[in-house]
Design a protein around this ligand. Structure first.
Ligand SMILES: Nc1nc2c(ncn2[C@@H]2O[C@H](COP(=O)(O)OP(=O)(O)OP(=O)(O)O)[C@@H](O)[C@H]2O)c(=O)[nH]1
Ligand SMILES: [Mg+2]
Length: 344
């Protein structure tokens, strides 16, 4: 699952990318963008490891994509965003140092997303219109006409300056727009890259909403701190009166904004977290592990991390009748440990 780091030139995208992934971006590749994985931290993993002493620990990861900086005059930005068509969410990195106005960038960014969408929609409308001038079977013609109608609505909404996530569309129309993976429909969050000596980061974060979470941190300083030895870091932090930002929390927030979550599998062989989209079922979870598990799915045996950690062993959880038997369509929850029973 991809998460795009986007923003205007020099806002600190590559700095944030390196802090979150530990991979230094290659300047020679900056114009095409690059990606690296960031493991999703979870404090529960260490507790499960204490219980199972597994041979192997595997954490689910998200793919972060560092993209070329957007131009403030909007020229060429649609092409720069193109590599993020498949991204599950967009993280706007907005500079708030050296006199930059981060919140103005947020507004400008929405415009760029809509401009990119307009290009995509206009291109498709042209092709649809062309197809309709030729003889096509009736069913195909009706499908194209429906698509044309929907795209015209989308185009009108974008023209009036309305991002798609704010447009009211019915399921049929959403099906059409989703296929195009339009940018102004994607969930997004903001990372305000503050100056090292920012005194009131709340002036940004207090504008945070459920629709658009805002985090503020000094990315350059964080990257420097992460390169220090723990001793040097402690000394530096005490001297400068700074404390590190919550890197783990930020990665988890990106995961949540993208509409995903993790579930667990646990045993003596391996303790592991897996990605699943929010609202995903036991069958989809099984399929994520291996398609054989989905094909031969019988049931999922589920306990929660909370119960296991509280009671200390699987045996105790069973003795308390806290292992549930769940069917294919069970909606997996954040704290669930799954064991999939299947037939081959
Ligand atoms: N003062 C200050 N400067 C920073 C901070 N973060 C990054 N910079 C500086 O801003 C410049 C750009 O940082 P990058 O991380 O390369 O920015 P970018 O968004 O990847 O830039 P492009 O890819 O060129 O668009 C560098 O000179 C950094 O040292 C920060 O938190 N504070
Ligand atoms: Mg960069």
């Amino acid at each position: 699952m991809k998460i795009g780091l986007v923003g205007y030139q020099g806002s600190g995208k590559s700095t944030l990318f390196e802090w979150l992934t530990g991979v230094a971006p290659d300047a020679a590749q900056a114009h095409v963008g690059q990606s690296a994985m960031a493991e999703i931290p979870d404090a529960r993993i260490a507790q499960l490891v204490d219980i199972y002493q597994p041979k192997k620990i595997t954490r689910a990861a998200i793919e972060l994509v560092d993209t070329p900086g957007l131009a403030r005059d909007h020229q060429g930005n649609a092409a720069r965003l193109a590599m993020l068509r498949e991204a599950g969410c967009l993280v706007l990195v907005a500079a708030a140092f050296d006199g930059s106005d981060a919140m103005a960038d947020v507004a400008s960014f929405d415009e760029d997303l809509m401009l990119a969408d307009m290009e995509i929609v206009a291109g498709r409308l042209e092709r649809v219109a062309q197809s309709l001038t030729k003889p096509v079977p009736k069913a195909e013609r009706e499908k194209l006409q429906h698509e044309q109608e929907t795209l015209k609505l989308v185009s009108a909404a974008l023209d009036s300056g309305k991002p798609l996530r704010e447009s009211q569309m019915n399921d049929e129309q959403l099906k059409v727009t989703r296929a195009f993976r339009l940018f102004s429909e994607k969930p997004r969050m903001i990372v305000v890259n503050t100056a090292d000596d920012e005194e009131r980061p709340e002036r940004f974060t207090e504008r945070s909403t459920g629709e658009m979470p805002i985090v503020a941190l000094p990315a350059g300083l964080e990257l420097e701190l992460s390169r220090m030895t723990p001793e040097d870091r402690k000394e530096f932090e005490a001297e400068m009166g700074v404390g590190g930002s919550d890197r783990d929390g930020l990665i988890r927030q990106m995961l949540a904004v993208s509409g995903h979550m993790v579930f667990f599998t646990a045993g003596e062989k391996e303790v592991r977290t897996w990605l699943l989209h929010q609202g995903g079922t036991a069958l989809e979870a099984a399929d994520g592990i291996h398609s054989d598990l989905a094909r031969g799915f019988i049931r999922a045996e589920i306990m929660t991390c909370a119960d296991l950690i509280r009671l200390g062993s699987e045996r105790e959880v069973k003795a308390h009748h806290l292992v549930r038997q769940e069917p294919k369509d069970y909606v997996v929850r954040d704290d669930d440990i799954l064991l999939i029973r299947f037939s081959v």
